[in-house]
Write a protein that binds this ligand. Structure first.
Ligand SMILES: [Zn+2]
Length: 73
């Protein structure tokens, strides 16, 4: 039998921003069956369209360090 252990994690939200205006990129829900997959995003500031390899905003899990500060793990 494997040994199963639990450890606490913290959750971070990963967001993408427009290189033109700094607006936030939001997924439109459309994806292209490319390799790797490409997901369409539109800037909520200027309307620029970006094809990205993952969907933003995304959720990632990081390891919790006992005396970690507020930054990302
Ligand atoms: Zn923009």
């Amino acid at each position: 039998m494997p040994i199963i252990k639990e450890s606490p994690v913290h959750v971070v939200q990963v967001r993408a921003f427009c290189e033109e205006c700094g607006g936030e990129l939001k997924s439109t829900g459309f994806g292209w069956p490319d390799f790797p997959m490409k997901y369409e995003h539109i800037c909520d500031g200027c309307g620029n369209r970006y094809m990205l390899e993952m969907v933003y905003p995304a959720t990632e899990f990081g390891t919790v360090h006992r005396h970690a500060g507020a930054g990302r793990a």
